[in-house]
Design a protein around this ligand. Sequence first.
Ligand code: SF4
Length: 88
Amino acid sequence: MEIGNIVKGHANEMLGLNKSLSETRLEICHKCPLFKNTVGGLCNPKLWVNPETDETSTEKKDGYFKGCGCRLKAKTTLNNAHCPAHKW
Ligand code: SF4
């Protein structure tokens, strides 16, 4: 994610902008095996997930997508952000 988007995501989070968009996305993240409950919720950059089966892998595989490492409370507020596994 580019710097401008990171700053915007944190600003949106603090100002409470796009709250309902963020909450809908966070509900999906909370059920995802890549969700890491650190620093308020992170997309685990050390794992890959298969969005069809929710199986994870510690290495790159066909049909699996790598976690982005983003802080999800901020990233989910951005209109133009997307889940690396295409879940939202
Ligand atoms: S952004 Fe996507 S891959 Fe990452 S925790 Fe959320 S749903 Fe899972």
